[in-house]
Design a binder for this molecule. Structure first.
Ligand code: ADP
Ligand code: TYD
Length: 209
């Protein structure tokens, strides 16, 4: 099909507190969709574009004012939508994004306490009409996420936060899952990787049907 006449692709975002296991499963979802005949673009936020990756570097490693942090997250997102997400979906590709706007509500809103109304204003400015077709929220208790994180990596600015920060992030994610049940699917990520894949397969089969 030529561009312009392609059936619009779908947009899936992956969310969860750090260490929940979401990155582990993005490759599995991409492979599942490719096997089903979809063309897949995998990306991430903050980042996903030249400008976005520069913003990511600052956001993950430099201390800054909370409102600056929120504005830069949405600046990165705007570029990602304009350069990657919208063109890919218009071509008929399926876009997988490691995080999207729910992360701003969870981290800048829940974790850091930024007024939700300000985040809604930014959301309405940056993507008034776009929402993921599906958001996979990988959910685990804090202790499980922390153990997984500590076992694997050097911690960035967010990952160095304390338990109450992640507890507030997780609560905000779960609040949004209750608010948008048609879009956000909570995946029990305390299970083994294979069991988690089985949950994903179940959800994806419905989406491609
Ligand atoms: N279901 C699981 N059971 C056990 N370990 C897991 C599971 N899912 C992920 N992990 C491990 O936890 C660590 C963090 O996972 P990752 O996908 O990087 O988390 P996130 O992207 O959510 O921060 C990795 O070492 C990964 O192999
Ligand atoms: C997209 C986004 C991410 N973040 C944070 C959450 C994560 O701690 C961090 C980067 O996310 P992530 O890609 O999960 O990091 P990693 O590569 O280490 O798995 O950015 C926000 O605070 N707000 C946002 O809007």
């Amino acid at each position: 099909m030529t561009q312009g006449t392609a059936v619009r692709g779908k947009f899936i975002s992956f969310e969860g507190i750090d260490g929940a296991g979401k990155s582990t499963h993005i490759g599995f979802v991409a492979d599942f969709l490719k096997t089903a005949g979809k063309s897949v673009v995998s990306s991430r936020e903050p980042g996903g574009t030249g400008v976005g990756e520069k913003l990511r570097e600052m956001l993950l490693h430099e201390k800054m004012d909370l409102e600056t942090e929120a504005l830069l997250m949405f600046a990165s997102r705007r570029e990602h939508i304009a350069q990657v997400i919208e063109p890919a979906m218009a071509r008929g590709d399926w876009v997988l994004s490691d995080r999207f706007t729910d992360a701003s509500f969870a981290y800048q809103g829940g974790g850091r306490g930024l007024d939700r109304a300000k985040l809604e204003t930014l959301e309405n400015w940056v993507h008034p009409h776009l929402q993921p077709d599906l958001t996979l929220l990988f959910d685990v208790p804090l202790e499980v996420a922390r153990k997984r994180l500590d076992a694997t990596r050097t911690l960035d600015k967010f990952e160095q936060e304390q338990a109450d920060f992640f507890s507030a992030c997780r609560n905000e994610y779960l609040r949004r899952a209750a608010q948008f049940p048609h879009r956000i699917v909570v995946v029990d990520s305390t299970r083994t990787i294979d069991e988690t894949r089985a949950q994903l397969t179940h959800v994806l089969e419905k989406l491609i049907a």
